[in-house]
Design a protein around this ligand. Structure first.
Ligand code: F6P
Length: 361
């Protein structure tokens, strides 16, 4: 069995741990051979973007963030953007991908990615490619699994950031707004906010009301807790308003979706006229995606990397590995790649509210 392996979409801690788990089991236990495809699907669209992927290549990478294969969130085989005569042209390159898979003599492809990457994987599967998937993203927004690797590490970064913001907020009696990634899902903000002891958690699933936040801040300052920490998702927005967009989809050739950013500044501007205390905004940005994976993500990523080979061995193509109720399992790519959201009336939100955390609603 000769398998191509690619990492697609935004990187996250644990990608290398997956590669290590995959190659170590594949080579040692199953006698498989691996070919590393570079820069996501780009490595199947453009020539000469492969590398050997054996035991030597995966040695010492367990603790490394990023991905030794490189990645791209702009290389869709079905809508690939290239420049022709100085202008952007979108092309369906799926035929080229199929030919390259054949030329590389691959029996199958292991795709490690989030919803975009796995959607493309499923579409290639429908064109006859043997594909299995592995769910990655710090956002934890894939419907097919309770947890993606990368999420836990990002929650750790967010928690530490909020811890640090507490001390400076208190010293200056300020309102500290911290903007957190996650696209349209509030999992990172919810978990990081609870773990960090934020006073407010504002998520896309619950559009916030400015007057509710203002009156709560006033109550807090009157009750002598003279600082406030507001954890806000990049995708959160005021009721009746829209998301803060850093870059429109049409300005990012090949990406197909907007880049969010600026929700913290929007909130600060809305609060400023009504709040006496100084307001400062911290955008955590890509700090949440960088660095070494947490022990939990190393374990999950290693398990996913190793377990995905059960699917290959059993010919269970068009499936991905997942975690359900604490157990490793698998699910069909058709179902699993859909976007998942925080349940606004779920236990975590209810219990956070019960201990006095405001969602601004
Ligand atoms: O999906 C992961 C993620 O980090 C999102 O939370 C964020 O909206 C997006 O990627 C940022 O993408 P980029 O790295 O292209 O700025």
């Amino acid at each position: 069995m000769r398998l191509g392996v690619l990492t697609g979409g935004g990187d996250c801690p644990g990608l290398n741990a997956v590669l290590r788990g995959l190659v170590r089991r594949g080579v040692q236990e199953l006698g498989y051979e691996f070919v590393g495809i570079l820069n996501g699907y780009e490595g199947l669209i453009l020539p000469d973007l492969t590398m050997p992927l054996g035991l030597n290549e995966v040695r010492g990478i367990l603790t490394k963030g990023g991905t030794i294969l490189g990645t791209s969130n702009k290389a869709d085989p079905f809508a690939y953007v290239t420049k022709e005569g100085g202008v952007n042209v979108t092309k369906d390159m799926s035929e080229t991908v199929l030919k390259r898979i054949k030329a590389l003599k691959l029996d199958g492809l292991v795709v490690i990615g989030g919803d975009g990457t796995l959607t493309m994987a499923h579409k290639l599967g429908q064109r006859g490619v043997n594909i299995v998937g592995c769910p990655k993203t710090i956002d934890n927004d894939l419907s097919g699994t309770d947890q993606t690797f990368g999420f836990d590490t990002a929650v750790n970064v967010i928690t530490e950031a909020i811890d640090r913001l507490h001390t400076t907020a208190e010293a200056h009696q300020r309102v500290m707004v911290v903007e957190i990634m996650g696209r349209n899902a509030g999992f990172l903000t919810l978990e990081g906010g609870i773990a960090g002891g934020a006073d407010f958690i504002l998520i896309p699933e619950l559009p916030y009301e400015v007057d509710k936040i203002v009156s709560r801040i006033q109550e807090m300052y009157e009750a002598k807790k003279k600082f406030a920490i507001v954890a806000i998702s990049e995708g959160a927005f005021p009721r009746g308003g829209g998301q803060a967009v850093a870059q429109k989809a049409e300005d990012i050739p090949g990406r197909g979706v907007v880049r969010l950013g600026g929700s913290g500044k929007v909130l600060a501007d809305l609060l400023a006229p009504h709040v006496e205390a100084e307001i400062r905004v911290t955008v955590l940005g890509h700090l949440q995606r960088g660095g070494t994976p947490s022990p939990m993500d190393r374990v999950l990523a290693t398990m996913y990397g190793s377990m995905v080979l059960d699917l290959v061995r059993d010919g269970k193509w068009d499936h991905m590995v997942c975690l359900r109720g604490g157990e490793l399992g698998f699910t069909s790519l058709a179902e699993s790649r859909k976007e998942r959201h925080v349940d606004p009336v779920g236990d975590k939100v209810r219990m956070a509210k019960a201990i006095g955390i405001s969602f601004g609603v």
